[in-house]
Design a protein around this ligand. Sequence first.
Ligand code: ADP
Length: 485
Amino acid sequence: MANPNEVPKYTQLFINNEFVDAVSGKKFPTINPATGKVIAEIAEGDKADVDLAVAAAKKAFHRNSAWRKLSPLERTALIEKLCSLMERDKYILASLETQDNGKPFTSALGDVMFAIMSLKYYAGWTDKFFGETIPGGDFVVQTRKEPIGVAGQIIPWNYPLVMLAWKWAPALAVGCTIVLKPAEQTPLTALHMAALSKEAGFPAGVINVIPGYGPTAGAAISEHHDVQKVAFTGSADIGRIIMQAAAKTNLKRVTLELGGKSPFVVFDDVDVDKAVQLTHDAIFPNQGQTCCAGTRTFVHEKIYEEFVKKSVALAKARKIGNPFETTTTHGPQIDEEMMNKILGYIEIGQKEGAKLQCGGKRAGNVGYFIEPTVFSDVTDKMRIAQEEIFGPVMSILKFSDIEEIIDRANDVEYGLAAGVITNDINKATKFANNVNAGSVWINCYNAVMPQAPFGGFKQSGIGREMGRDGLNNYLETKTITTKIV
Ligand code: ADP
C-alpha cells in the first residue's frame, strides 16, 4: 500500500551489478516537492563514474560475454522476471515515485503498471527483428540486425519510471548494454530498478545507473567515445547540447524526445461536457508536466463561451493536496525552479492580454503547488501559446473553420502530438493528415501505448520510441554478401 515514509534502500551508484559510492565521494539531496524536505542523500556520479560504468557496459557487450551468449528467449525470460519483481514491489516503487516526484499515488501506481507493460511488450521482440535476403544474381545478399553496443540513456523527472522502461526495454530486447542517468530530481525509482535487475539475473555490466547532474554525468555520457548511442528525453535546449556532443565526439547515434506545444481542437458538433473533460484530462494530470500535453485548446467559436465556463469549473474542482491522500488529484510541481518558471509564464500571459479565468497563484507556502489555471482569449502569437510552460496552465483559443485551424495548429516550432474532437469523419481525417505531429488522437488524448510509435516532428525530437520503430534505435544493419563460386 501507499507508504509516505518508504525509506529508499538504494542511494549509491549502480555499476557492474554493485552499489558503490561516487569516485569523488560527493552526494546530492533528493527533495520531496510536496514538502520541500530532503528524502535522501544520493551518490553524485560524474565523469569518473561514467567512465567506470561505460567500461563495465562495454565488457558486458563483448562478443564472448555471458549477456551476448544468451539466446533471445533467455533475454525474454530476464525481462519478464524483471517485470514480475516490479509487480511484487509495485507499492514500494510507487511510494518512492510519489515522494520523489510529487505525483498522486494512484498516478504513480499507474506509471508502475505502464512501465511493466512497456517492458513486457518488448520482451516479445527479442527474436522478431529480422534481416532480409536480397536478390543479388551470383551473390547471396543478406542483412542482419545487430545490437548497436553500449547505449547511453538520459531521462527526465516527469515520468521517471516510465521513461526508464521506455529506454531499457528495446535496448535489452535486442541485446545492448546500458548506462542510464536518471534526472537529478528523481533518482530513487531508477536505483530500485537497478537492484531488481540484479535480482532478476541480468549479468554484471548490462545495466548501470549513474545518478548525477546533466552538465557533469549527462555530458560525460553524451561525450563518451565508447557509447554508441544516446537516447535522451527532456528539453529542446539540452537536446541540442547532446546532439552537438555526439557530433563532436564519436558521431554516436542520437534519438531525442523533446518538448511540445500540442494543439487539441474541438469542433462544434460534439457533446460539450465530454469534450471539456477530454481537454481537461489532456493538460492537467501530472500537474501539466507531460511533454505531449494538449496545451493549446482550440475551441469552435459557436461553443466557446460555454466551453470556457465549464473548463473553469473542472479546473477549480481539482483537489490539491498531499499526493499520498487518495482524494488528491493535483500534486506539486517538481521543484521551486519549475514552480517559479510557471508562475512567470502566468504573469506573462496576463501582461499579453489573455484573460485569467481561474487559478494563477502558488497554492499554500509548503511544497511547490500551483493552482490549476485557465486562460481564455489566448491568441496565437502570445508566448503562452508558443512556448512550453510545463505546468497546470490551460490556454483556450477560438477558431472558426477547418482550413484556418490546421494552419494555426502547425504554427509553432514543436510537433509532438495533436488531438481533435468531432463527429465529422472528414474533418477528423483532414486534420489528422495535415497536422505536423508525431501522434494524432481523434476523440481521445494521451492514448499512448507500448505498441505505438511515439516521437516528434520538428523541434519535438528525432526518431521514434516504442512499437517496432523503437527497436531500430538500438540496431545496426549489416549487409553480408556471399559470392557463389
Ligand atoms: P527538464 O527541463 O525536463 O528538467 P532537461 O532537459 O533539463 O529537462 O533534463 C533532462 C535530463 O537531461 C536530466 O536527466 C538532466 O540531468 C539531463 N541534462 C541536463 N543538462 C545536460 C547536459 N548538458 N548534458 C547531458 N544531459 C543533461
